[in-house]
Write a protein that binds this ligand. Structure first.
Ligand code: TXA
Ligand code: MG
Length: 323
């Protein structure tokens, strides 16, 4: 389904619900978002509740264009260059909050920064323009679980928690936006979450990127700099085993390249990383059948380009679960 198949009446209904403080799930080019008015503390609180998300983990404010972004946050030269190059698109910038930023402090978890994203999906663009205000939207899954790439995934997981799910068909990119921290003045910008806008695409514009601090990846209690970057995340209910060249008895197999066995799916038969990213979360959900399998074995995926983002999600899916 494309953006033009969602009627103006649905967009208007979604915008009216958002303005009234209700939650609306909507498609972006990366994954489906669980949207609420980013300027309304109660709407933002409802997002945290619906997801079961810890409140120290801040949300991304979505806006339609760079002008709207500059009313929420301070864009320096670097930020402006990146915004011109990649917006609308799957890049989130963590920027200093403006003193008069209308974004709820709860949405940015009390930090002096705010994450801002201008999504490219036509339905998201229409909804943001109709709502006329920034929309806070985490991925529309329960906290720690696999992000949704279809409206059915959202309905299955959060259907009773949202006023409306806008169905824009499957998401084109399939993994969440790249999160780049520009909040730190003269420090190197830091790649907090790899995504479809790759390190290779970013570095020519802003120089070498620092990685997220290791502490952010392991210490859940420290309210780390990238609070969402907890070790276990994007997790199916079955255990996930990485770099597997084939399935052990009882396991389902997620291949990269040709899929041999009957119990196997392939992220991309032709070994294409863009296709693999688009398929990743939907295929993890398809294979996540504890009644049929004991675990999910996943083939090695190259670390180049989009492979870095795919492997980041796979490592979290395979990480030890909080008990
Ligand atoms: O593609 C996406 O980004 C999707 C779609 C719906 O736009 N949204 C999404 O949101 O993935 P969420 O909440 O699932 O992930 C946002 C990430 C989290 O890791 C969060 O910790 C980080 O961005 N983040 C948000 N605000 C931040 C801030 N001020 N400083 C550092 N990290 C921040
Ligand atoms: Mg998420």
């Amino acid at each position: 389904m494309s953006g033009s198949e969602v009627s103006d009446a649905i967009i208007e209904q979604g915008a009216a619900l958002l303005r009234a403080g209700r939650l609306v799930a909507f498609p972006t080019e990366t994954v489906y978002g669980l949207g609420g008015d980013a300027t309304n503390d109660r709407a933002v609180a409802a997002i945290f509740d619906a997801k079961g998300r810890p409140r120290f983990n801040p949300l991304i404010a979505h806006v339609a264009d760079i002008d709207a972004a500059s009313r929420l946050a301070v864009l320096d030269d670097r930020a402006t260059r990146l915004a011109r190059a990649f917006w609308p698109g799957p890049l989130t910038l963590v920027l200093p909050r403006r003193g008069d930023s209308p974004v709820s402090l709860l949405a940015s978890a009390g930090l002096d920064t705010v994450a801002v994203r201008v999504p490219a999906h036509p339905v998201a663009q229409r909804l943001l323009r109709a709502a006329g205000r920034p929309i806070a939207a985490p991925s529309a899954n329960r906290s720690g679980r696999v992000s949704p790439t279809t409206a059915d995934h959202v309905r299955a997981e959060l259907g009773d928690r949202v006023a409306l799910v806008i169905d824009g068909g499957p998401c084109r990119v399939g993994i969440e936006s790249t999160v780049l921290d520009l909040g730190g003045g003269d420090r190197h910008p830091a790649l907090l979450r790899p995504g479809a806008v790759t390190r290779e695409a970013l570095e020519p514009l802003v120089g070498p990127l620092a990685d997220a601090p290791a502490a952010a990846l392991t210490d859940e209690d420290a309210a780390p700099r990238a609070p969402g970057m907890l070790a276990s995340h994007y997790a199916p209910s079955l255990p996930v085993r990485l770099d597997a060249t084939d399935a052990r008895p009882g396991e389902a197999y997620l291949a990269f390249g040709p899929a041999g066995a009957a119990e196997a799916l392939s992220l991309s038969r032709g070994g294409d990383l863009v296709e693999a990213a688009a398929n990743l979360f939907a295929m993890l959900r398809m294979l996540d059948r504890p009644e049929a399998f004991t675990g999910i074995a996943v083939a090695p995926v190259p670390e180049t380009g989009l492979g870095a983002a795919i492997n980041d999600r796979l490592r979290r899916a395979a990480a030890p679960r909080p008990s």
